[in-house]
Unconditional design. Structure first.
Length: 85
């Protein structure tokens, strides 16, 4: 059930997310739903902090983000360089 919730959080199907929230709420209660939402939000925040501090970009993300990184000028900053770039 929590796995379905996590998948729904990162997905784009709002009906699946609503159903997953209801499942967590009905099965585990409101505090568990709050905790699950907080956990999901924390993972999102950690990823953003990692990106903002210049932690190297994962190899799989280099090519798909190349144009955006160039447009934003990220590659010009020392912290924006990945070992592979």
């Amino acid at each position: 059930m929590l796995g379905r919730f996590a998948e729904a959080v990162i997905g784009d199907d709002m009906q699946a997310l609503d159903a997953a929230r209801r499942d967590v709420l009905e099965s585990l209660g409101s505090q568990a739903l709050v905790d699950a939402c907080g956990g999901a939000a924390t993972f999102n925040a950690i990823d953003r902090v990692a990106d903002a501090t210049g932690i190297p970009i994962d190899e799989a993300r280099l090519e798909p983000t190349a144009d955006l990184r160039d447009f934003l000028g990220i590659n010009a900053f020392p912290s924006g360089k990945s070992p592979a770039s």
